[in-house]
Design a protein around this ligand. Structure first.
Ligand SMILES: [Fe+2]
Length: 352
């Protein structure tokens, strides 16, 4: 009989960077000439934001933010250690990494075999000196279960989900950071990570996946927007279908939603200087109280307005939570003003 464990975490790239670079995204946004000087002036920021920024551009606040993330990673890791799954399904975004102009699948299953990847050769990884001080050619084995991944793709297609699948990378011969960082961060103590992964990239960035290269362009850019991401409600249904598939197997499987919540660089109504924390708090409240209706009613427009594109990974997870009627064991909301995004960690009790 199957057993299914549900988890959520962040893959925030600056966790892998040294403390002095941890607020680097905020610094880059501040250098955008399209954002007015008044908005950039810390004197006009909320008091808590000024405190976090301090007089050193966030350097002194980095250890506390890192400590909060380490606490979350350790709790998710401990849940995995206890459960010891046969395989981990990860929902994550592909930010113009493996999928580009020639193909943007809405959702796909990567049925990869074991692969050697070099984290510091990827776009986000090699940007700054790393937290771990590992050599540039440091390599990590990401295990796969292509047999289960193929069966999952088949199961989803039979269940009415026209899922894409792949046996090898298209443009990214490493692994998109959402998946790679999930492994690197859950193994931040470098004690090893032997569980195989089935990566399921979701086109979270939708209208900006190509137009903004899955990130941002200068504030006053005229973007030719791409078609949208899959609808939040549809992703919940997809997550539910993945849960149904595994419920019919004998596997012990963990589902992981991997992403931060509202991203400042995607929130135009805050001049991209801080995340939409009110919107995050509303969704988080619905997560904690098991209010699936709030999640089901959420629109793509709301996602885009609040810079919650990556939270679409969590919509897939919440669909599985609904399908399995899983019980939340613990969760944590890590609020920040200057470290780009709020982060949520959560774990639900394993369910049969
Ligand atoms: Fe991401």
């Amino acid at each position: 009989m199957a057993e299914i464990q549900l988890l959520g975490m962040t893959h925030y790239p600056p966790f892998a960077w040294a403390d002095e670079h941890m607020s680097g995204i905020h610094h880059r946004i501040l250098s955008d000439p399209g954002i007015p000087a008044e908005a950039k002036d810390p004197a006009g920021w909320p008091e808590a934001m000024q405190t976090e920024w301090g007089d050193d551009g966030g350097r002194a606040s980095a250890p506390a933010h890192r400590a909060a993330l380490i606490d979350g990673f350790d709790r998710v890791r401990a849940a995995l250690d206890d459960f010891d799954p046969d395989v981990i399904v990860v929902w994550g975004d592909d930010q113009y990494e493996n999928f580009r102009e020639d193909l943007i699948p809405a959702v796909s299953v990567l049925a990869y075999p074991d692969r050697e990847v070099q984290p510091y050769q990827t776009g986000v990884g090699k940007a700054f000196p790393g937290y771990w001080n590992e050599p540039a050619d440091h390599s990590v084995t990401i295990k796969g279960r292509p047999d289960i991944a193929r069966a999952l793709a088949a199961g989803l297609l039979e269940d009415g989900f026209d899922i894409a699948y792949a046996y090898q990378p298209l443009h990214d011969d490493q692994l998109a950071h959402a998946f790679l960082n999930t492994v690197l961060f859950l193994d931040h103590r470098r004690i090893g990570f032997d569980w195989p992964l089935i990566c399921m990239p979701i086109n979270c960035y939708g209208s900006k996946v190509i137009a903004a290269r899955g990130a941002w362009q200068p504030f006053d850019s005229e973007l030719e927007l791409d078609p949208p991401s899959p609808a939040p409600r549809r992703l919940m249904d997809m997550g539910a279908a993945v849960a149904r598939f595994f419920r019919g197997t004998d596997h012990r499987v963990s589902f992981v939603a991997s992403s931060s919540w509202s991203h400042a660089f995607l929130v135009d109504h805050t001049w991209r200087l801080r995340p939409d924390t009110e919107a995050d708090r509303r969704l988080y409240g619905a997560l904690v109280s098991g209010d699936h209706a709030t999640w089901e009613a959420y629109s793509t427009d709301q996602v885009v307005h609040a810079g919650q594109q990556e939270v679409l990974n969590w919509f897939a997870l919440m669909g599985a939570v609904r399908e399995l009627d899983a019980d939340l064991v613990w969760s944590e909301f890590v609020e920040t003003w200057i470290f780009n995004s709020n982060k949520v960690f959560a774990a639900w009790a394993p369910t049969a």
